[in-house]
Write a protein that binds this ligand. Structure first.
Ligand code: FRU
Length: 508
């Protein structure tokens, strides 16, 4: 009997090698294009950003039972703004973050906009003692409540939502709620058009209008207000933060603040109505608020490191959006009056590896590179003697071709950031290339504390009295540091540089 020819074997012999080759090529290609999470180009290494997709405002900042909670405006299905959810992460030190599942999802009342969270220690709302209660806006500009009795891990929406109807103004949102000890009640500050409104409540569910406040920058919609006490010279002052959607000093969205008094129902401004104080002169610090119940009595702030003008266009890949560094706030006396100052939280020092210190460096050229400094994640502390050089300062994320400049201009009495507005993919739509903060040195040294993290630069000048926060899409491998003085020279009295570790664990 003639042997049967097994056609399947012949096919395999003929095409087997071709199939193996094709599979190998696909595998190689996939390996090259799928970069591990938190290792993509431009991915912040020690700032919070979600594992994937879009984030905007930080929300519901509250400390409870050993954890700092960071909820945030999250669109889990795309890298542009869309139907809002609350994403969730926790930290025990404000530096390392653990990503948790989505906390709040849209429901029949709408999608979940910004808001705050409190710990209801005395069970005023009836959800249980120590329930974590979120008070947030729906996109319909009504307000809702949700609660968790398992440390924020699972959430139940209040059956009586919405607890506050929309107003006639199209913008009524972003409630910040806190327990006001002196008057023994809950207080809410909420944005309403171009003013902030205050409401009070015994139980987080029934709210009574108390007062409204408007001053300063009122040429754009107010959003994401916050109010909190800070002591200065043995006196308690109240600081009101308000995010404004447009026409901030660096263009687009930014944050103004007011200093005054608050008695549980009314805020009184210490400054004339026309005075506008800005929290940050950089383009990328928006919708920031502070933690409720911080255990060490500190007032800690975090913002969205972005600007609505171009937020949907920034050239990141699998994710879009990050937070600023967490910053400790304090009040200081200045010649102009009491002002807010910011400092990166001290726990960030745990990420440091020293790269060197230098003293009395004379810079008398248009560029002097600091040898031995290379890093995409750097902390730089510099003290520079005032100089009459035309422009002077330093360049981070430096290569021969590119970099981000931090410039002091004596003629303009300002500290500026100059950043590239183009990547190899083309110009970044609406991205402003330069902006600055007013800063008179009056013979003082320029004291800079700078954080560089892959696609951002945060500058704290004069002990945090002036801050400039900016996204900077300088492509790798640019990672150097240099100083410059145009038409003159400068003395860098002291320089200290650290490489900062990534907070995201190394891949398996
Ligand atoms: C601020 C903001 C808030 C709003 C949220 C929507 O950036 O516009 O007013 O609640 O973002 O995502």
């Amino acid at each position: 009997m003639a042997a049967r020819i097994d056609m399947s074997k012949i096919w395999l012999l003929m095409f087997g090698p071709v199939i193996v080759l094709v599979i190998s090529i696909i595998g190689l290609f996939a390996m090259q294009t799928s970069v591990p999470v938190y290792q993509e180009t431009f991915r912040p290494q020690y700032h919070f950003s979600p594992p994937e997709k879009w984030m905007n405002d930080p929300n519901g900042l509250v400390y409870f039972d050993g954890e700092y909670h960071l909820f945030y405006q999250y669109h889990p299905y795309d890298v542009i703004w869309g139907p809002m959810h609350w994403g969730h992460a926790v930290s025990t030190d404000l530096v390392h973050w653990e990503n948790l599942p989505i906390a709040l999802e849209p429901d029949d009342n709408g999608t979940i906009f910004s808001g705050s969270a409190v710990i209801d220690v005395n069970n005023t709302a009836g959800f249980g003692a120590n329930a974590m209660v979120a008070i947030y806006s729906y996109n319909t500009q009504t307000q809702g409540v949700a609660y968790s009795t398992d440390r924020g891990r699972t959430w139940t929406k209040y059956a009586g939502n919405p607890i506050m109807p929309a107003l006639a103004t199209p913008d009524f949102r972003d409630p910040k709620v806190f327990w006001h000890e002196e008057s023994g009640q809950w207080v809410m500050v909420i944005a309403a058009g171009r003013e902030a409104q205050f409401y009070t409540s015994p139980n987080l569910l029934d709210w009574t209008f108390a007062s409204s406040f408007a001053a300063g920058h009122i040429v754009a919609t107010w959003e994401v207000p916050d109010i909190f006490p800070l002591d200065i010279d043995g006196e308690t002052k109240w600081v009101l933060l308000v995010s404004v959607g447009a026409y901030a000093p660096a263009g687009g969205s930014g944050i103004q603040y007011f200093i005054g008094d608050f008695d549980g129902s009314t805020f009184t401004n210490d400054n004339p109505t026309g005075t506008t104080l800005w929290l940050d002169y950089g383009a990328d610090n928006y919708a920031g608020t502070t933690w409720n119940d911080e255990p060490n009595g500190e007032r800690i702030y975090i913002g969205w490191l972005n600007n609505w003008t171009y937020a949907n266009n920034i050239p990141t890949s699998t994710w879009r959006g990050a937070t600023t560094l967490p910053r400790t706030l304090r009040l200081v006396n200045t010649a102009e009056g009491v002002r807010l100052a910011q400092a990166p939280v001290a726990a960030l020092e745990s990420l440091r590896t020293p790269l060197g210190t230098w003293d009395d460096l004379t810079i008398s050229s248009t560029e002097q590179v600091i040898d031995g400094v290379a890093g995409r994640t750097l902390e730089i502390i510099a003290e520079i003697e005032p100089s009459s050089a035309e422009r002077w300062g330093l360049k981070v994320q430096r290569s021969d071709e590119t970099g981000t400049r931090i410039v002091y201009s004596p003629a303009r009495s300002s500290l500026l950031i100059g950043r590239g507005d183009t990547t190899s993919a083309g110009p970044i739509y609406s991205f402003s290339p330069a902006f600055g903060a007013p800063l008179e040195l009056n013979g003082d040294t320029l004291r800079l504390h700078i954080f560089v993290d892959e696609s951002s630069v945060e500058v704290f000048a004069q002990d945090g009295l002036v801050t400039l926060t900016a996204q900077t899409f300088v492509e790798p491998p640019a990672n150097g540091l240099s100083f410059f003085a145009d038409n003159g020279d400068i003395t860098v009295k002291h320089l200290e540089v650290y490489a900062l570790d990534s907070i995201w664990s190394a891949p398996e």
